[in-house]
Design a protein around this ligand. Structure first.
Ligand SMILES: C[S@@+](CC[C@H](N)C(=O)[O-])C[C@H]1O[C@@H](n2cnc3c(N)ncnc32)[C@H](O)[C@@H]1O
Length: 265
């Protein structure tokens, strides 16, 4: 089994059933993807989960937030979607966050070797410290993706980027953090409240998780939630929007569970 060392410990490279690679993180003790297929799962949960193929037909500038850059499969799947879509002019923004810079570098080289991003350390006038990011563009014919990957804890880097107006309002969110048990700070009411604040009113959020706690966190933050079939053998996953209405059956089912919403400590 191949290993590489990141800032947060070792990563094991695992082959998944669709013959694409994922990583198992020693620090989080979890794999970045479902072993039934890293790429297929990403397309199912996020590209299709956020209705991107349909959105591309109606909206010219779409802003995507990928919560957790990880192996870079979300960005790869987004680029493939654009490559395969009709030749209309399209311009997207892709934002992501990543705690482990060595992992981001490894993934950029392995999953997206054709991308040339610049490492940028920006200093603001205020005392809020510097911000590290990898930035650049993917472009082909009349299609363009402006890419920014913020390095560090997304709970700090993303509010800073938003405050500095370094981001467009978000239309689509791939909520792909490690599990709520291992990584609660990216599933809390406070996090989902923040995501709401940086989003357009038509935003679509999708996540592989169907945990009652994360659904209660989303609801408490003002999102409406929808239960749909999960990838491969997974019975369900969660989509969320700021419009529509959570079904009374789902609310009833959740109210019967003793699991609580997740709050920041
Ligand atoms: C499940 S993986 C994401 C997989 C990725 N979407 C892909 O398709 O390859 C989650 C990633 O989020 C990163 N992460 C976890 N907590 C974070 C935080 N607080 N801020 C920024 N990144 C974080 C982890 O280091 C990990 O790489």
């Amino acid at each position: 089994m191949t290993l590489f060392k990141g800032n947060l410990g070792n990563y094991k490279i695992l082959m998944t059933e669709d013959q694409t690679e994922t990583l198992w993180s020693e620090y989080f003790d979890e794999a970045c993807h479902n072993l039934s297929g890293a790429y297929d799962e990403t397309v199912y949960n996020y590209i299709e989960g956020c209705s991107l193929p349909e959105l591309l037909l109606t909206k010219k500038n779409i802003s995507v937030l990928d919560v957790g850059f990880g192996v870079g499969v979300g960005l790869k799947a987004l680029i493939d979607l654009l490559k395969n879509s009709d030749s209309r002019e399209l311009s997207l923004y892709y934002y992501s966050i990543e705690l482990d810079e060595e992992l981001a570098k490894w993934s950029l080289q392995s999953t997206l070797p054709f991308l040339k991003l610049n490492r940028i350390e920006s200093h603001s006038d205020t005392n809020s410290g510097s911000q590290l990011s990898y930035e650049g563009q993917w472009t082909e014919l009349n299609k363009l993706i402006n890419i920014k990957i913020f390095i560090g804890d997304g709970r700090k880097t993303l509010p800073k980027a938003s405050q500095l107006k370094a981001m467009e309002p978000v239309d689509v969110i791939f909520q792909d953090a490690f599990s709520p048990r291992k990584n609660p700070s990216l599933w809390s009411v406070e996090w989902f409240t923040f995501l709401k604040q940086i989003s357009n009113s038509t935003v679509q959020l999708s996540t592989y998780s169907s945990s009652v706690s994360i659904r209660k966190s989303l609801l408490a933050a003002g999102w409406q939630i929808f239960d749909t079939k999960g990838f491969a053998f997974k019975k369900s996953m969660t989509k969320a929007r700021l419009s529509g209405e959570t079904s009374p059956e789902l609310l009833l089912r959740m109210s019967r569970s003793p699991s609580l919403e997740i709050r920041d400590k």
